[in-house]
Design a protein around this ligand. Structure first.
Ligand code: SF4
Length: 293
């Protein structure tokens, strides 16, 4: 298991290879599985992710709390955030909504945060991938994202029940941010800085789903946190560095998660889940099976 991003970056710099190539070397050495086999498996996950986005965009099954939001944002266009973020956010919310109605998604790193990475990498493919071997590049992006997730799982947690939403949606955004830096041709160290800055923007984020359903605030958080990850990728590509290294930021996230009250860790006993409006929503769902009757 990968235990430190620092080691990945050091190996990449020593051998003058990319972030995902360093991950493949380390993973292959530890698991005994060939680099080609690991890459092929990740290509399959990429194909699964593509399918989930396609199905999610065509999905018409309604969620229980949230109305469809991806199409609304697409119709609104780039607005102030810009086309890239709007498209990434719309896709992220569509995939997260699809998860909420039991659609088959890639839990990267979890089902609740499943929209963030596809939102980010497929927006990159659409806006920045023309003329490139995007299957190959996006496979490298998933390997990069996966490595950040693996280190996070080892050093902290990826579960909202253990660490709050910082550990789920926060981790997904950090993973995606590192992947975007790789896709843009940034250095392995810049990928680590992007992930560190993204994590720092979500530290302490509670897990407080209304009615215990992975909808509110989960779906919008998928749509919102892509923006953090994209901006942090741009910051890292501009040469801005995290003063605290990624591994230590991940340690902090884990520590904050352990210090969080259980009411803020997926129990629906605190935060947004106990607001008066949440109580009304839960009551309505109990009576009618969905919001609004
Ligand atoms: S609020 Fe909780 S259940 Fe919802 S996405 Fe975040 S961690 Fe998952």
């Amino acid at each position: 298991m990968l235990k430190a991003v620092e080691k990945i970056v050091a190996l990449a710099e020593e051998k003058n290879i990319s972030f995902p190539e360093a991950v493949l070397l380390l993973d292959s050495k530890e698991s005994g599985i060939s680099v080609e086999e690991i890459r092929a498996r990740m290509r399959e996950r990429l194909a699964d992710m593509r399918r989930s986005v396609r199905e999610a965009c065509a999905n018409t099954i309604p969620c229980r709390i949230e109305e469809p939001m991806g199409a609304k944002l697409r119709a609104h266009g780039g607005g102030m955030a810009g086309e890239f973020i709007a498209a990434a956010s719309a896709t992220a919310m569509e995939v997260a909504s699809y998860n909420a109605v039991m659609g088959r998604i890639v839990a990267a790193p979890t089902a609740g945060s499943c929209g963030i990475i596809p939102g980010m990498i497929f927006a990159w493919e659409f806006f920045r991938g023309e003329g490139k071997d995007t299957d190959e590049l996006l496979t490298g992006a998933l390997i990069t994202a996966g490595a950040v997730g693996e280190v996070t799982a080892f050093r902290a947690t990826l579960a909202g029940a253990d660490g709050g939403c910082q550990a789920e949606c926060g981790a997904a955004a950090a993973m995606g941010s590192a992947a975007l830096v790789y896709l843009e041709g940034g250095s392995p160290a810049a990928s680590a800085h992007a992930a560190a800055m993204t994590f720092k923007s979500v530290l302490g984020l509670a897990c407080d789903p209304v009615g215990g359903l992975v909808e509110c605030p989960c779906i919008k958080r998928n749509g919102i946190l892509v923006a953090n990850g994209i901006l942090c990728a741009d910051m890292a590509l501009a040469g801005i560095e995290s003063a605290i290294p990624l591994d230590e930021v991940i340690d902090s996230m884990g520590q904050i998660g352990r210090m969080m009250a259980p009411a803020l860790r997926e129990t629906s006993q605190g935060g947004l889940a106990v607001t008066p409006t949440a109580a009304e929503i839960v009551k309505r769902i109990g009576e009618t099976g969905k919001l609004g009757g």
